[in-house]
Ligand binder design. Sequence first.
Ligand SMILES: C[S@@+](CC[C@H](N)C(=O)[O-])C[C@H]1O[C@@H](n2cnc3c(N)ncnc32)[C@H](O)[C@@H]1O
Length: 246
Amino acid sequence: MAEEIGKAKKVRSVAVVRGKTEGHERVRPIEVIWGDTNTTTIHREWGCLLKVDPSRVFFTPRLSYERMRVAKLVRDGETVLNAFAGVGAFSILISKLHPSTKILSVDSNPCAFEFMLENRRLNKCWGVVPVLSDAFDVMKSFSDRFDRVLLPLPELSLKALPYAVRCVKNGGVIHFYGTACRKKGLPQASDLWNDIKEAVEGEARVDLKILNFRKVRAVNRGIYHVVYDLVVKKQYQNQNATSTSK
Ligand SMILES: C[S@@+](CC[C@H](N)C(=O)[O-])C[C@H]1O[C@@H](n2cnc3c(N)ncnc32)[C@H](O)[C@@H]1O
């Protein structure tokens, strides 16, 4: 059966998923049931080449539309932080569309980092700056630095949000990915929006405005991965600007 599928689809290997996506690295256990056991491949998306090995790194083509949506929002010359960058799929596309943009792209999985380096080279996207590190350590070392911060890891976004708020500039945007239940009412009425507000409660004089909201993909019955595009207003900076200009 596996061989028939492989030959009909003209693919090198046929693999089955053997369990759930696990841990913060979001890797799914897969087993090759026919063909070449080397599961490294090149995925083509929006004119970009993305080298991935689904047995060692997270990757899904289902985020393709979302990657283009975000990339189109970026303006030339922005400084962007992609906190959970994986193999660099968001970062590579942003850099392709906006070569003058710098995208600091952090991942703690050494395999994802290696693929990100390779994808930067394959696509000649020199604006992508791959960093092998814990994103929290990187975010802690910046304040008011980025025009845009991506948090594409729903399992850690709430924890990362206060750090992202500190390192984004006044008026900058955070793309916050989370999990929400349709029944609870979206976007403002959702439990997630309450959790977002609670997560930044400790950040004095910071206000979040929803610029955009969308369901990214269904992950279970009635459960969605969603994204909030949040504009960060830092009131203390406005006051300083006002008092200086008087
Ligand atoms: C859902 S994947 C990112 C997907 C990616 N944005 C894409 O479009 O392919 C989340 C990534 O975050 C990384 N990660 C998990 N915890 C991290 C941490 N504390 N610091 C940096 N990266 C982390 C994982 O290794 C994984 O590659």
